[in-house]
Design a protein around this ligand. Structure first.
Ligand code: C2E
Ligand code: CA
Ligand code: CA
Length: 821
């Protein structure tokens, strides 16, 4: 409500002052009457008294005068008796007295003579009996002493009642010889007084009437002016002329009101502008939480107009349990009469969407300091909420797999620890991820992660959860078991899921994972220790040839420490000639001739003795020493081959194993060619054995590298063939010469299954025009079967074990039957 309006309202109340003015007029006139009355009584009384005194004095004087000359004679004449004298004086004076009494109505007057000690004439109501002496107590006797006129109020003998009187001494030669008087009965006096008063009341009544009519006219005029003035105030613009008819005071009020109204309007406008500029909508509610005011902004936030919402509850359209919480909060705020800030809640907007709001409010108090409602501003924080969610997602979820991340993992583990029930931590590292990521591209790596993550997620049961720990590492928490044996089917399903091929860029990738498991509480009671131990068990799985599950055990730490120690030694070994190459001849199955030899590295550790390449090659790969070692091997093999060539041992190849890490080097081809150049050996004497895993990576690059090697007359074999399930289609595109069937198939070739596998590999190789080498031939039976399957070449203990270079030279010299395809 605007103050200007309240000014009008107050004016309206004030207009009933009309009545007040009447009453005031009546009061004032009545007061005047009472005062006048009192004054009049006094005045009239005084006047009446005065008048009577004057009159009695005049009468007395007249009598005195009338006696002049003859009066004394009467008194002094001794010839006449006292009674005679009184009678004569009476006869002389009584008519005079009677005359006076006629002309002065209601007056009493008379003569008293001292010598005669008697009243000699008096009136009215004269009788002879009244001619007697005055009482001894009479006031009149005073004048005989004072010799001065006396006014008095007392009982009168002659009038037999109380009177107001004047006594006038009759003085001869300085002596008072008698007195005259004049009096009026008090009763008569009252009659006079009554008349006066009545006349006065009449006048006063007339005055009151005039006053009432007058005040009514003035009031009406005043009210009319006020009304006009009110009309004037309500107008927004007023000419100076129309103001002129009002009194100066009202004009001043007008100026004040309009000035303050302008100020109010200005501040009102400022308020509106601010409210419009706000992101918030401004609201007011009563104590029940019903809207009493809403700024227009509400439309753009809630979708409802202010008009639609006013009178409705602010708690409407709220989503439970928000509703109760907010209502409760509001109630509490009302009780405590407190300001509230940043209360967050959800509401449905007009479109039915849930939006998030933040609201501030302050209590409103009326003039009596009673709480009458709340007033505040509400802001849409949906976007902030969304950002918050996004930030939460970024902070706690991995953006590639959308799995919860390491931070969430730590929280989850802590939760599980707090429950103090056994749980297992499964640490999973993808075996092929690195090579796929490095050799195909990161997108392919990401795809592999995504597919793996979603497949693993599907395998989870109950409260088991999966997290991306980092890189290609996942951690799965397994709960709800008594013994770890119970976990076997769950772990198996995880392994099976991993084993499913993944198709990326039309290539079916072989996906496996190495898993390590630690169990709470026996393998650790903190998240850090449990993760570390599961990681260690995973490392063990890797070391044991990948694609397997290992539960943590106390000994692991030593093993891993050992592997680090070995990695260190390996670095030193490179500089101190601890490595030698052994050679294992390869035999033509049809002719029995040695047609090649595979270089196999041997490490004679100064303190630990012989260490198997199965063990240290992996460590060299993991610790980044393989490039240096690989180059040394190739260099050594080439040098040896050159030596043999110089010794006349011609026409056979030395086969060198190439680690996947070497092949993945972008300048791998250049490195090989550089070594060949350095050793001045023709490339036709060198064969490179590349594992099937290498061939499965990014086809374009692999093909290009192999093609370059082939173009430089290097002989290419795919080693350990059959383990990677390479697709035939893909194999067709690879520029290679030979497949080496993995030893595991040859070993069991007498069994039906493996026979079939070997047979199909050989058939396929022939159809692609590739040579086939069977590895690990240990018996003649195996050799016979291979021969029947038309496998061209064999390698194995049945013929030769890997041997020092000198031994090979010896054998080659004896053999001399050498053959190059
Ligand atoms: P590989 O490339 O498959 O090498 C053949 C392995 O089979 C050799 O083991 C060899 O001694 C063994 N072998 C050959 N014939 C038989 C047999 O009849 N029966 C049995 N049981 N084994 C047989 P080795 O020398 O211990 O090498 C193991 C693995 O270490 C190699 O497997 C290869 O992957 C790696 N390796 C060895 N030397 C080198 C090397 O110079 N460079 C690289 N990168 N890796 C190497
Ligand atoms: Ca090999
Ligand atoms: Ca092999």
């Amino acid at each position: 409500m605007f103050p200007v309006e309240s000014v009008f309202k107050r004016n309206e109340e004030n207009l009933s002052v009309k009545k007040k003015i009447y009453w005031l007029t009546i009061l004032l006139v009545s007061l005047t009457i009472i005062i006048t009355f009192i004054f009049n009584i006094y005045y009239t009384w005084q006047k009446t008294l005065d008048d009577r005194y004057k009159e009695t004095t005049a009468v007395a004087n007249l009598l005195d005068q009338s006696l002049q000359g003859s009066f004394d004679d009467y008194i002094l004449d001794s010839s006449i008796s006292k009674e005679e004298k009184i009678s004569q004086l009476n006869t002389k004076l009584q008519p005079f007295v009677d005359d006076i009494i006629i002309s002065f109505e209601n007056f009493g007057t008379g003569y008293y003579v001292k010598n005669l000690q008697s009243i000699v004439a008096f009136g009215p109501n004269f009788s002879q009996d009244g001619l007697i002496d005055i009482k001894l107590s009479s006031d009149a006797r005073i004048v005989y002493e004072t010799k001065k006129p006396l006014k008095f109020y007392n009982y009168s003998q002659t009038r037999d009642g109380y009177v107001v009187a004047t006594i006038l001494p009759i003085i001869r030669d300085g002596e008072v010889i008698g007195h005259t008087w004049s009096n009026v009965l008090l009763d008569d006096l009252f009659t006079y007084f009554q008349k006066d008063i009545l006349a006065m009341f009449g006048i006063l009544f007339l005055m009151l009437l005039i006053a009432l009519v007058g005040s009514s006219m003035i009031t009406n005029q005043y009210i009319k002016q006020l009304k006009d003035f009110r009309g004037l105030l309500r107008q927004s613009k007023v000419s100076k002329k129309s103001l002129r008819k009002f009194p100066q005071e009202l004009i001043e009020i007008y100026t004040e009101v309009t000035t303050s109204r302008e100020m109010i309007m200005e501040s009102e406008k400022r308020f509106r502008d601010v409210v419009t500029a706000f992101d918030e909508f401004v609201w007011e509610t009563d104590l029940d939480g019903n809207y009493t005011y809403l700024s227009d902004r509400v439309k753009s936030i809630l979708g409802y107009s202010a008009k639609e919402l006013i009178g409705k509850s602010t708690f409407a359209h709220m989503e439970a349990p928000n509703n109760e919480i907010i209502a409760h909060y509001y109630k509490e705020a009302i009780e405590k009469k407190i300001t509230f800030r940043n209360i967050h809640f959800a509401k449905k907007n007009a479109m039915g969407d849930i939006i998030y709001l933040s609201c501030n409010g302050v209590p409103i108090f009326n003039e009596d300091n009673h709480l009458i409602g709340y007033r505040g501003a509400t802001r849409d924080v949906s976007l902030e909420k969304k950002h918050e969610k996004e930030i939460h997602l970024l902070a706690y979820y991995d953006q590639i797999t959308m799995l919860p991340n390491r931070t969430m993992l730590m929280k989850q583990i802590q939760l599980l620890i707090d429950k103090n029930k056994p749980f297992a931590l499964l640490f999973l590292d993808l075996d092929q991820f690195k090579s796929i990521n490095d050799s195909i591209n990161h997108t392919a790596g990401d795809t592999l992660l995504k597919i793996t993550a979603s497949r693993l997620k599907e395998q989870l049961v109950e409260n088991d959860q999966i997290f991306r720990f980092g890189g290609d590492e996942f951690i799965i928490t397994l709960t709800n078991f008594k013994t770890t044996e119970e976990l076997t089917p769950r772990i198996q399903s995880i392994i099976d899921t991993l084993g499913m091929p993944v198709k990326i860029k039309n290539i079916h990738l072989f996906n496996t994972g190495s898993i390590g498991i630690s169990v709470y509480p026996q393998h650790g009671t903190t998240a850090e220790v449990l993760i570390k131990n599961a990681d260690m068990a995973m490392f063990k799985s890797k070391a044991n040839g990948r694609n397997q599950v290992t539960f943590y055990s106390i000994g692991f730490e030593n093993e891993i420490t050992e592997s680090f120690a070995l990695a260190n030694d390996l670095k030193e070994a490179l500089g101190t000639n601890q490595f030698v190459l052994n050679y294992q001849p390869q035999i033509d199955l049809t002719t029995g001739e040695i047609i090649g030899a595979e270089a196999l590295i041997r490490w004679y550790h100064p303190s630990k003795g012989f260490i198997s390449p199965e063990k240290f090659i992996r460590i060299a790969e993991e610790h980044g020493h393989i490039i240096e070692l690989g180059n040394w091997i190739l260099n050594q093999a080439c040098a040896d081959r050159k030596k043999w060539l110089n010794a006349g041992l011609d026409k056979f190849r030395v086969a060198v194993n190439i680690s996947i890490k070497q092949f993945e080097q972008p300048n791998f081809v250049e490195q090989v060619l550089a070594i060949l150049r350095q050793s001045e050996l023709s490339s036709q004497y060198v064969e490179l054995e590349i594992t099937e895993g290498v061939a499965m990576a990014e086809p374009e690059i692999v093909i290009e590298k192999l093609q370059q090697l082939k173009d430089h007359n290097l002989y290419i074999s795919i080693d350990d063939f059959g383990m990677g399930y390479s697709s035939l289609n893909y194999l067709k595109r690879l520029p290679i010469h030979q497949l080496k069937i993995d030893r595991s198939f040859v070993m069991d070739i007498e069994q039906k299954n493996d026979f079939a596998i070997v047979q199909s590999i050989i058939t396929m190789a022939h159809s692609l025009d590739l040579n086939v080498v069977a590895e690990g031939v240990e018996t003649e039976q195996q050799a016979t079967i291979l021969r029947s399957l038309e496998c061209g070449i064999a390698q194995g203990y049945h013929y030769f074990k890997p041997m020092p270079e000198v031994d090979l030279v010896e054998i080659l010299h004896q053999n001399k039957v050498l053959h190059v395809n």
